[in-house]
Design a protein around this ligand. Structure first.
Ligand code: NAD
Ligand code: FES
Length: 285
């Protein structure tokens, strides 16, 4: 059992959990994740370790309660403990001194970006964070990022906070700066929805700016055995849980990643559509 020390809803359905996990806190490096089971027999959910305090023996997890598995994690966390927290898993982020780095986070992907940005700043990089959400209430961790980033740019699709538009609008401005300016990034880290990571990679490709993305395909065992998290990078098969989750953003096959992520969603959506259509006609499904 892993004791929950605090639980806070930081945006609608997005929760921050502080978990007592001393061995994971001591071993964890930025970019790694854990697999959580809320209770005996519950679904295994991979979650990035957003932060850790080895002195206090705690790790911080950020969970978007969108499905049965993640909602159950929140229910159990509110009850005081989680059954299993296994990790740290995955390869740590390779931290280099690039100089200027842009860290781009879309929605809940910002929670995955946070430890990478923090480690890049600690290594002496000047980090510009670009954090996007659909609206103000969905922008997370911008205040925490401001503690170690040179600047934090916020974008919202409805214009309720910061720059109106996608994160790519703010990134375009940085990329348009002269090559020797303090604005122009030598490397870009992007974490968020697949279309966002793909769009960022296409923006940086012409100038050959190194771009690292963190992928979140469906995971089951988290140990490279089941093949669930298979992705194609540079024409090679990779398993995100053991070879990643971070990869060269210019080499990822995003179309395959999207299609594999939707593999379990599509039939359910189609069934919902069929049920709705048959109910409309007054027939039995
Ligand atoms: P969202 O759909 O609200 O998007 C958040 C922001 O991302 C947008 O406001 C915009 O700035 C940017 N964005 C989205 N689509 C874009 C596009 N086509 N071009 C440019 N920018 C774009 O995100 P959300 O609902 O908060 O997050 C859920 C998504 O994040 C899911 O798709 C989930 O799979 C993904 N996610 C990814 C990771 C990861 O490790 N890569 C981790 C957590 C969540
Ligand atoms: Fe099973 Fe990666 S989750 S191989």
């Amino acid at each position: 059992m892993f004791k929950i020390l605090s639980e806070q809803e930081i945006a609608p359905a997005v929760h921050r959990l502080v978990v007592a996990a001393p061995r994971i806190a001591a071993a964890r490096q930025p970019g790694q994740f854990v697999i959580v089971r809320a209770a005996e027999g519950a679904e295994r959910i991979p979650l990035t370790i957003a932060d850790a305090d080895s002195a206090a023996g705690t790790i911080t997890l950020i969970v978007q309660a969108v499905g049965d598995g993640t909602r159950r994690i929140i229910e159990q966390a509110r009850a005081g403990s989680l059954r299993d927290v296994a990790g740290p898993l995955g390869r740590p982020t390779e931290i280099e001194r690039f100089g200027n780095v842009a860290c781009v986070g879309g929605g809940v992907g910002t929670a995955v970006l946070f430890p990478l940005a923090k480690a890049l700043a600690a290594a002496g990089n000047a980090v510009t964070a670009i954090i996007g959400g659909r609206s103000k209430g969905l922008v997370i961790l911008h205040q925490e990022m401001a503690e170690f980033c040179r600047q934090v740019l916020v974008t919202t699709e409805d214009g309720s906070m910061g720059i109106k538009g996608f994160v790519t609008a703010a990134l375009a401005e940085l990329l348009a700066a002269p090559a020797d300016s303090a604005q122009r990034p030598a490397a870009v880290y992007a974490v968020g929805p697949v279309p966002m990571m793909r769009a960022v990679a296409e923006q940086t490709r012409p100038a050959g700016i190194r771009t690292i993305v963190s992928l979140n395909p469906i995971m089951v065992d988290g140990t490279g055995m089941c093949g669930g998290c298979r992705v194609t990078v540079g024409g090679q098969i990779r398993f995100a849980c053991v070879d990643g989750p971070e990869f060269d953003g210019h080499a990822v096959d995003y179309a395959e990643l999207s299609s594999r992520q939707n593999a379990y969603l599509d039939p359910r959506c189609k069934l919902d559509e069929q049920l709705a259509a048959s109910q409309k006609k007054g027939s039995r499904a």
